[in-house]
Design a protein around this ligand. Structure first.
Ligand SMILES: *Cc1c(COP(=O)(O)O)cnc(C)c1O
Length: 223
C-alpha cells in the first residue's frame, strides 16, 4: 500500500469529478474512512492533507479519537449508532452521519451539552437491510425533530445498494438531493440542510454529480 500515491489519486479523482459536474473542487469535503487501518496509518494521512476522519463504529472511533484528538482533525461518526452508546461518544463527534430515528435524536438531545451537526439518513431505495427514514416518514417528522436544539440538521445522508448500476445510483442520489432541497426550502429552525453525505469509493462520481458535499472514502485510500 502506497498511502501517498493513493491519497493523491483520491484527491485527483474528486477534483476531476467535481469539474465534470461543473462544481468547485473545494465544495466537496473528503472524509477518510479509517475503519480498515490502525492509528498510525490514519495519522500518516494528516501530513498528506487529510483533515476529515470518519469511523463507522463507536469503539474504533474512540480509539482513533483518543490517540489523535490534539491534531487538526474534524471527527465524523458515519455508521449506525445504538442509543445506549450515545453518551460514550457524542461529545467527541463533529459530524454524525447516520441519524435514523426520532428516538436516537431524542437521546442525542438528552446527552449532548453542545450542538452536534447531524445528517438525517434516508433510505431512498427502500432496501430492507438499510437504515434510514423513508421520504414520507421524514417529511412527517421534521417539525418534531426541529424542536431538538442540540442537533443542527446539516443535511441528508444516503447509502446506495452495493449492486446498483450507474443509472440506479443516479436515481438514488438525485432523489436524495431533491429531498434535501425540498426540506431546505421550508427554512425550518435548526435545519439548514446545506449538505449531502453521499458517495463512497465506488460511487463518489455519481454522488458528486448530484450535489454531494461530503464523500466518505475508505478502501480507495488503503488498497
Ligand atoms: C466503510 C464505509 C464507507 C467507505 O466505504 P469504501 O467503499 O471503503 O469507500 C462509507 N460509509 C460508511 C457508512 C461506511 O461504513
Amino acid at each position: 500500500m502506497n498511502l501517498k500515491e493513493n491519497t493523491e489519486r483520491v484527491f485527483q479523482q474528486i477534483k476531476d469529478a467535481s469539474q465534470q459536474a461543473g462544481r468547485e473542487t473545494n465544495s466537496v469535503s473528503i472524509v477518510a474512512v479509517t475503519k480498515y487501518v490502525d492509528v498510525l496509518t490514519a495519522e500518516a494521512l494528516l501530513p498528506l492533507g487529510v483533515h476529515h476522519i470518519g469511523e463507522n463504529r463507536v469503539d474504533k472511533f474512540l480509539e482513533k479519537y483518543e490517540a489523535l484528538k490534539d491534531r487538526n482533525i474534524t471527527w465524523h461518526l458515519i455508521g449506525t449508532l445504538q442509543r445506549r452508546k450515545v453518551k460514550d461518544v457524542i461529545q467527541y463527534v463533529d459530524y454524525f452521519h447516520a441519524l435514523d430515528s426520532l428516538k436516537l435524536a431524542e437521546e442525542i438531545q438528552k446527552r449532548s451539552d453542545r450542538v452536534v451537526k447531524c445528517f438525517l439518513q434516508v433510505n431512498i431505495s427502500k432496501e430492507e437491510s438499510k437504515h434510514g427514514f423513508s421520504r414520507e416518514e421524514l417529511l412527517e417528522l421534521l417539525s418534531e425533530l426541529a424542536t431538538l436544539d442540540k442537533i443542527e440538521y446539516v443535511g441528508l445522508m444516503t447509502m446506495a445498494p452495493f449492486e446498483a448500476s450507474s443509472d440506479e445510483l443516479k436515481e438514488i442520489f438525485k432523489a436524495t438531493q431533491d429531498l434535501q432541497l425540498e426540506i431546505r426550502e421550508k427554512q425550518i429552525p435548526n435545519m439548514p440542510m446545506t449538505d449531502l453525505s453521499m458517495g463512497m469509493s465506488r460511487d463518489y462520481k455519481e454522488a458528486i454529480e448530484f450535489g454531494s458535499t461530503f464523500v466518505r472514502i475508505g478502501s480507495a485510500f488503503f488498497k
